[in-house]
Design a protein around this ligand. Structure first.
Ligand code: NAG
Ligand code: NAG
Ligand code: NAG
Length: 845
């Protein structure tokens, strides 16, 4: 278990290597400067303009200057999509989102583009039409002159120049205001050239391993040249290459793959061209390793370097350790030994009949630091580091809010806003999400500047913000009248007034942590730890002992994450190993079952440090209702932590197998559970949470799936959920990437990214509800994920339109009342775990 959201966040930001593992191109979404002004007028041009007052420079989202937008001169060129608005970003950017608006002009304008296309270019010469993953070029634009419509670019674009090309049917004029969202492309990779990916026929199934989004030239003899595509689109393939993250595509979509039959030299050669000469530290190749299907990572990579006209004679050769045990896809890291080059040519040797890659990223050392004479270089480093850190934190917080707001925006409030008068938009509401400095005070000083030397460490880390002043989320929020009210006032009046919304109570924001947790770095996770507590807890030496590894016998895999796995094992001699005061949940002479969380041997240093920290934190948690850390194996690799496991598995599965006492159970001879058993279990969960909250731990994912059941209905709170496929339906994927247990989350966690003990209380209410429905249905099972999020908006607005979970059949009134109190809108009106525990003890009928 990870108790260390913040540490993870922190390490993740500090140690780029961790971030590799996260698919967070959804984090790279900053406005690139049309509305903020960073893009200068001279860099905005157009094919034509209708008048001087509708020139290209007026095409800035949310600006009302000139006549309020860019409008082309459509009378000249009747052909559609000949007109364009062009933006020069001055350097390569990774662009993930675009926003468009029509001409509003204070209510006088009514022109907008219902549809448009996008073209882009990296060098200003070769232009490519953007297509989505299904090959469609046309993007749906605006429906009125004032709303901003945001569209995800899937796949994202890597470009310096972007053109918006409105499509019209000539029944109306079009005008556009636009914004691009993304971040700088720090890998510096301009193109790769590779042989065409091939077709695999496996048991009659056709698996297309072509590069589905390659934007360069494709010729049958020349292969793919001059483009970028799947290997840089920020999406890592799944373990099973026949499946994909992407909806409704052909098998093999995520990978580019080749068979050894077509390569007599037994290797595939890929040429990488960069924007300038760089000092390369590493290359990371995300490979499939499904060896039962004859797919393996490469056996050897030999890379040649070129910084002028000739290839240097000495290559760098690297042979990874082959893994015949674990069929998971993984990043293989090749050290490039600080070679300087502007082109790299690598030969990847087959280890089996097939080789499949889904991402390749390059990391290069930063150019010599630029500091003026007299500056203290170390200061400079720290400074930039802090800025990056702060930037990232701000960004992640904003992004989560933004994503959610966008969802809400699209689905709930769009209609409402259309009706709402434009007056609202004109009101200068000055609400902005102020991010308070507490959020950034978790820097732990002895973790120095690992992140600063490297310019970019992965695809997902292109994610450096352009500055701390991006304002998109608040701008969106500004348009929603509710958000302009402070939390207490919202919903009580329909009149907007300028008040600051956002984190004001000094409660730290943990939104950023989501993204860190989501991939379950070492298998599972999620208690978040305020830094203070963390220091308190980890100040002392490790309070847990080394357990002899050979006494562990593997039984079953419980889950897995990017860096490790969780196994169910039998531990021989565990009873003797533990203190006398610790009693196991087994009869004597029975083997003790334990959950063993293992760090993969190839995990990097930061993952290891992290893992050790986690051990430290966990070793301090001692409560009868919290799963205990029993022992560790840290003397040799792989690092393991051994925690309790209980014979009845998790509470969700346990309750699903049972029926309430009564007629039905008798009739079908099912195992039963009585009301008092349920009550007893709920009380224990409350007790465990009381303990966690007394230490200021925030669990963040309390649910029945994360509680273990032992003998006599004993309960211990654990956390395995995220990594188990069994429960994937309980988590909601945002943009296909971030996953959140939205049905258990408090409204403020979803909307504002706030995770506190009070939001744990909310989740406790849902857990209580699950318990009393015997987990026979998912919370809000009749609502789709989107509707759950809409409902969250209703909780926020508090106009009595929110839907509460219903009272379960066998749930007495006082217990249901307790649930409802957990779902109070205002966090300070929710009971504390102390109170909940008392109430539960008191209402035993
Ligand atoms: C890749 O293969 C699929 C399936 O045959 C095909 O639809 C798609 O057009 C191909 N893409 C490219 C870029 O060749
Ligand atoms: C490349 O970067 C490394 C580490 O930053 C540095 O030690 C080395 O001198 C650099 N190489 C060149 C040729 O600049
Ligand atoms: C391709 O790889 C398979 C499995 O390693 C091997 O049996 C076969 O001989 C190889 N084919 C060629 C042409 O090298």
């Amino acid at each position: 278990m990870t108790f260390s959201v913040l540490i993870f966040t922190y390490l993740y930001l500090r140690s780029p290597s961790l971030s590799n593992l996260m698919q967070i191109s959804c984090v790279c979404r900053y406005p690139l400067g049309m509305s903020g002004g960073q893009i200068e007028d001279k860099d905005i041009s157009a094919s034509s303009q209708w008048s001087e007052s509708t020139a290209a420079r007026y095409g800035r989202l949310d600006f009302e200057d000139g006549d309020g937008a860019w409008c082309p001169d459509m009378s000249v060129e009747p052909e559609s999509t000949k007109e364009f608005l062009q933006i020069d970003l001055r350097s390569l950017h990774f662009i993930t989102l675009v926003g468009t608006q029509g001409r509003h002009a204070g209510g006088f304008g009514k022109e907008f583009a219902q549809m448009y296309q996008i073209k882009y270019s990296r060098n200003g010469r070769r232009w490519v039409s953007w297509r989505n993953r299904h090959g469609r070029q046309v993007i749906e634009g605006n429906k009125n002159a004032y709303d901003t419509v945001l569209k995800d670019l899937e796949p994202p674009i890597i470009a310096r120049f972007v053109r918006f090309m409105p499509i019209t049917d000539h029944s109306m004029n079009v005008c556009m205001r636009v914004e691009l969202y993304g971040c700088e492309w720090l890998d510096g990779l301009v193109s790769y050239s590779a042989p065409i990916g091939q077709l695999m026929v496996h048991r009659g199934q056709h698996i297309y391993l072509n590069d589905s989004v390659y934007d360069g030239e494709v010729g049958y003899s020349s292969g793919m040249t001059e483009g970028l595509g799947q290997l840089t689109d920020g999406v890592c393939g799944l373990d099973d290459f026949t499946h994909s993250h992407v909806y409704n595509v052909w098998p093999g979509y995520d990978y580019v793959g080749w068979t050894n039959e077509s390569f007599p030299g037994n290797y595939v050669e890929i040429l990488f061209e960069f924007d300038r000469i760089r000092n390369f530290t590493t290359m990371k190749v995300h490979c499939n390793n499904m060896f039962p299907k004859k797919v393996k990572t490469f056996r050897q990579a030999t890379c040649f370097f070129r910084s002028s006209s000739d290839w240097e004679p000495t290559p760098v050769t690297f042979s990874p350790v082959m893994d015949d045990v674990n069929p998971s896809a993984r990043f293989v890291t090749v050290a490039l030994n600080n070679r300087m080059a502007s082109s790299i040519k690598c030969q990847y040797f087959f280890a089996d009949a097939w080789m499949m890659f889904s991402e390749i990223t390059f990391q290069s050392a930063k150019y010599l630091l630029r500091f003026s004479p007299g500056d203290d270089p170390t200061h400079k480093v720290d400074d930039s580091n802090t800025r990056i850190l702060i930037g990232c934190l701000v960004a992640i917080i904003f992004i989560l809010v933004a994503i959610i707001v966008i969802i809400l925006w699209r689905q709930v409030w769009q209609k409402m806003l259309e009706k709402a008068s434009r007056r609202m938009l004109d009101d200068e509401l000055t609400a902005s999400l102020s991010i308070q400095s507490e959020t950034f005070t978790y820097n732990n000083n002895n973790q120095s500047s690992a992140g600063s030397e490297q310019e970019s460490n992965s695809t997902y880390e292109r994610i450096f913000p352009l500055g701390p002043d991006y304002q998109e989320p608040s701008r969106l929020i500004r348009k929603l009248p509710e958000f302009s009210l402070s939390m207490e006032e919202a919903g009580t009046s329909g009149v907007s007034k300028p008040v600051q919304a956002g984190p004001q109570e000094g409660v730290p924001h943990y939104a950023e942590a989501d993204i860190v947790n989501l991939q379950g770095v070492t298998g599972s996770n999620t208690y978040s730890v305020p830094a203070i507590t963390m220091d308190l807890l980890s100040g002392k030496d490790l309070a847990v002992e080394e357990f002899p590894r050979k006494q562990l016998t593997f039984k079953e895999k419980l889950g897995e994450g990017q860096f490790g796995e969780v196994h169910l094992c039998e531990a021989e001699g565990m009873q003797e190993f533990m203190d006398k005061d610790f009693s196991f949940d087994v009869s004597n002479n029975q083997p003790v079952l334990v959950a063993v969380k293992m760090l993969r041997e190839d995990a990097n240093k930061n993952a290891r440090t992290d893992f050790l920290k986690e051990i430290k934190i966990m070793s301090r948690l001692k409560d009868p209702n919290i799963v205990r850390l029993l022992g560790v194996c840290v003397c040799s690799d792989p690092l393991c932590m051994i925690t309790e496991y209980m014979e009845n598995g998790d509470l969700n599965q346990f309750l699903s197998r049972h029926e309430p006492e009564g007629q039905i159970a008798l009739a079908c001879n099912a195992p039963t559970v009585s009301y008092s058993n349920l009550h007893h279990m709920a009380t224990q969960i409350a007790s465990g949470m009381k303990y966690l909250s007394s230490l200021n731990f925030v669990h963040r994912d309390l649910a029945t799936r994360n509680c273990l059941v032992g003998k006599d209905y004993t309960i211990k709170i654990a956390d395995f959920g995220m990594s188990r496929n069994l429960y994937s339906g309980d988590y909601y994927r945002i943009q296909g990437r971030a996953v959140l247990p939205i049905r258990w989350m408090a409204w403020e966690s979803i909307l504002l990214g706030k995770f506190t003990t009070a939001s744990d209380v909310w989740a406790f209410g849902v857990t209580l509800w699950e318990t009393f429905t015997l987990c026979k249905e998912q919370p809000y099972s009749q609502l789709s994920d989107e509707q759950v999020i809409e409902n969250t908006g209703e909780f926020f607005r508090d106009q009595q339109r929110q839907i509460y979970l219903p009272q379960p059949a066998c749930c007495p009134d006082p217990i249901y009342k307790l649930m409802l109190s957990c779902w109070q809108r205002n966090t300070n009106e929710r009971p504390s775990f102390q109170e909940i525990h008392q109430t539960l003890l008191g209402c035993l009928v």
